[in-house]
Each structure stands twice: as C-alpha cells, then as structure tokens.
Design a protein around this ligand. Sequence first.
Ligand code: AFP
Length: 318
Amino acid sequence: MTSEPGSTKFQIDLRRHLRNNEVERNLTILICELAEASKYIINSIRTGDLGVAGTSNLYGEEQLELDVLSDRILQKRLKNSGVVSSFLSEESSEVVYLACEDGQCYSVAYDPLDGSSLVDVNLAVGTIISIYAGSDLMQTGRKQVAAMYILYGPRTTIVYSTGNGVHEFAMNQLMEYTLVQENVTIDKAGGIYSPGGQRNLYTDGTREYVLSLEASGHKLRYSGGFVPDINQILMKGRGIFMYPHLKGHPNGKLRLLYELNPMAFLVEQAGGAASNGYMPIMDIKPQGIDDRAPVFIGCKEDVAMAESFVARELAVTG
Ligand code: AFP
C-alpha cells in the first residue's frame, strides 16, 4: 500500500512514499539526501552566473561551471550521509571510497548535471543517479537496487524506482517533492523518436531504421538533453530514444555507468527496453568507469525493431 487511507496522493511526499513502499532505511536516507541536494542545484541553475570555471563573480568568489558546482553539492551530501561506501561522478576520473559501517551501505554513480551546456540556452537539464548495494560499482546494470533522475525543467521533478515500479514527484512551492503519479508505464510501440548524434555518421542499418520509424508516423522529438528526452518518453508512455553507434564512434557517446544503466533500469521497470543494438544495456559488464555504449531505449517493440535492423546490417557488413 503506497497511499495511506484518507490522504490524497498529492500529500504523499517522497520520504513517506519510500516508507510506505518499505524501502530499506539507509536507501531511504540516501534517496532523500539526493532530493535535498537538488534544491541547491536548482538555486545554482536559477541564479548562477553562467561564467566559466576559473573566473570570479562580483564578490571575487571563484566561479564554478554549473556541473562542477552541482557535483560539489552532491558530493557533500553523499559524504555526510553516512550510508555511502563509494561514489563515482561524471566530473571525476576515479571512484571515491568512504567509511560506512552503519548497516546497509550503497554505491552511487551519477551525472551531476547532464546536458549542462543547455543551461546557456535555457533548455531543461537533469541529474542522473545509479545506486548499488555495497561498495562495488563495476557491476552490470542488472545489479542496481535503485535509479533516479531529477529534471530541472519548467517544473522540477524526481522520477525514481527501487525495483517496484517507477514513480514521479514534483516540487511544490515549499520545495517539497510530492507524488504526481505511481507505476509509470510505457506502451509497446509508437509515438516519438529521439535520434541523437550526427545523421551523416549513422550506419546504413540505423538510417533505414529511422526511415521506417518516420514511415510509421513517429514524430521527431529531440532536445539534446538525455534526461528531458527520456522523461518525455516515460511520461507520454511511448517512443524511443537512440544515440547509436556512429561511423568512427562504434560506442556512441553516452556513458554506461551513470547515464545508460540508471535510465535502462527505469525504462525496463516501466515496461520498456534498453539495448546497445545487440544486447540489453543492463547485461553489459563494465570494463572501465568511463565505458560508453550505443543505446536504443524506450518502447519494447521499437527497441526490438532497432536490434533487427542492426542485426541485418551486421549480416551484410559482417
Ligand atoms: P553534455 O552533458 O556534454 O551537454 O551532453 C549531453 C548528452 O550527454 C546527453 O544529455 C544528450 O542526450 C547527448 O549528450 C546529446 O549529444 P549531441 O549534442 O551529440 O546530440
């Protein structure tokens, strides 16, 4: 039971939802700490001078790029939470290990402000978070115990899953996250497609796949931000996002540990699929912390069709 009798869902805040869903105590602490951190990130996005790192603001304070500042905000929360044994940020080049003795500890891989270059043109950006039990982050995405993202758009929302459905929360005037919808689901096919990367670098199979999507009436929706583009597919319940293998870039652009695995966890929980064109994203064994992979993610049937075009291409080109 996630909504208590007599309460409207809009009164269910994030902490109460986690408790109602019997989420493990330290995981509840961790998710709530990350939600709290988002309030400071929002403030830095809304008010921060968009100068580049190394400059100083009018008070002579060192100016940080927003993604560096967002990373510092999150790191402080993770270090002080008492429930994190290791974390990896897109902004750092190594895993940071922490002392954690109090009960179940967790590891976190995150992109503090994905799409940060879009802030300059006032487009939506987000924080992407992958969570494992214990201190080993170099596991397949299948081993994640939770994933979430925070979307800084016209509304600030949190979407999370601990393996029991995907749930959306929105920030209210009091800066509390209250429940908007539970158990978000994706249809089997159709609707929109988000084609990332340069089309002139698409392989023949991917190009033919896109042509087939357009022939079936899919509408192009692409913002250049992974979080808003995935959120649109999740909340509309249909569509597919791709950042495929490109000529000269066989692994595409997006990072496995802190972009693809958490989004794959959420989309599969919503009834969708996520593939690198050959196998499920969450079955890929990481080789390094900065691994990248091609991705087709969204409606199950659209992803299966992508795999068939890629397989056909392989059969031809070998
Ligand atoms: P940045 O974080 O460097 O802005 O890149 C954003 C991103 O990683 C992801 O959010 C987008 O889906 C993808 O890159 C867009 O890449 P293109 O600009 O090559 O389409």
